[in-house]
Write a protein of this length. Structure first.
Length: 372
């Protein structure tokens, strides 16, 4: 009988221990699960692990959110989690969340503050598309490796400062910025476009683009849509004068920013390769019969320039291999759309060959040249 009792006691004891462990496990699991709560306009995400799609707030609830606080321990949120929070003003992201997913805070017109902490590695496609950030100046952490296409398109931010480590940038990441002529983007000279759909052009749009490391490929200038390009002081190949790119010794002009309407070549410059103003970006969309239907779709990048002033120091004009050739103009811009350059020449050192090159290279007539 005693053996039976001992056996029964052992079974009951084992069962009790097992039940206790299960209860503890369930309790830990329950406390670890991500939870969400909306109170007084603040939406809090807490716990450990990933926020689920089923926890994305409804449209009606999103209209009540003014502040989002994601607590430490939360590792991720779903794509579109807080998109279209019309009255959202600020977001706090924990260091346990290292990536901001696609569309996460897109279309939040009143959003003005987000902490980009020093563990953040990636910002997804259209993550903040259409979120205004009125007059904000962002300085991103060294940990950030990539920014997705159109991530900040349509904002009102004034400056985006990337570290030399942020080398992967999606097409049109800062495009259609509502701050217009004010916006400035600072980024590494060896950045590359990463991701993006076929509908997006591989361009970087801003009023001023400044490189914080040397530019490693001259074609990098071809994808910049700006009025000013400023190269790094440490760049061994290039220098900037008045937002225009020259060779390091400043004797050769290299690239004129694509959104310039007028150009005054710096005094001291001696050589003018026509590729400085007639460079192309071959990724434009071809029109019927290979003819580009508008200035916007033309691969000619520096397409708005209409007035050029050449300095006294200039003594050579070349049609180099990267310039548009005379035979190519009709394929790039239809005859009825040709831009007629007004060229002011201060130099008395240009030969007839130089002047012929200038006329052919700009697809204009020498009768439009003005001599001072």
């Amino acid at each position: 009988m005693s053996k039976t009792y001992k056996k029964l006691a052992t079974i009951l004891c084992s069962s009790f221990i097992l039940l206790t462990l299960m209860m503890c496990f369930c309790s830990v699991d329950a406390s670890a699960a991500v939870k969400t709560k909306l109170k007084n306009g603040t939406y809090t995400v807490s716990g450990k692990g990933a926020m689920k799609k089923s926890q994305i707030p409804s449209k009606s609830k999103k209209l009540k959110i003014k502040k989002i606080v994601i607590k430490s321990g939360v590792k991720s949120i779903p794509a579109r989690a807080f998109a279209e929070c019309e009255y959202l003003e600020s977001v706090k992201i924990p260091k346990t969340m290292t990536k901001i997913p696609n569309y996460a805070f897109g279309w939040c017109p009143n959003l003005g503050s987000v902490n980009f902490h020093d563990k953040l590695t990636a910002i997804g496609t259209m993550a903040f598309y259409g979120s205004y950030f009125e007059d904000e100046c962002f300085s991103f952490p060294d940990s950030l490796v990539s920014i997705g296409d159109q991530a900040f398109a349509g904002s009102r931010a004034l400056e985006f400062k990337l570290s030399p480590n942020t080398k992967k940038i999606g097409p049109e990441a800062f495009d259609a910025n509502l701050a217009g002529e004010k916006v400035k983007v600072i980024l590494p000279g060896d950045f590359v476009f990463s991701g993006g759909s076929e509908e997006l052009s591989e361009t970087l749009v801003a009023e001023t683009v400044e490189f914080n490391t040397p530019v490693t490929d001259i074609n990098t200038f071809n994808v910049i849509r700006a009025r000013n390009i400023i190269v790094s002081d440490s760049d061994e190949n290039y220098a900037s004068i008045d937002g225009v790119v020259y060779s390091k010794d400043k004797k050769t002009i290299i690239r004129v920013p694509s959104n310039r309407y007028m150009l005054t070549v710096a005094e001291g410059c001696e050589t003018f390769p026509l590729s400085a103003v007639t460079y192309t970006n071959k990724s434009g969309n071809d029109g019927d019969d290979g003819i580009y239907g508008s200035y916007e779709s033309s691969p000619l990048v520096c397409k708005y320039l209409s007035k050029i002033t050449l300095p006294e120091s200039l003594n050579k004009v070349t049609i180099d291999e990267n310039a548009v050739k005379e035979s190519e103009w009709s394929k790039i811009i239809p005859k009825w759309m040709e831009r007629k350059y007004e060229v002011h020449i201060l130099s008395k050192s240009l030969s007839d060959t130089d002047l012929d090159n200038l006329a052919k290279g700009l697809n204009t007539d020498k009768s439009r040249f003005l001599y001072n």
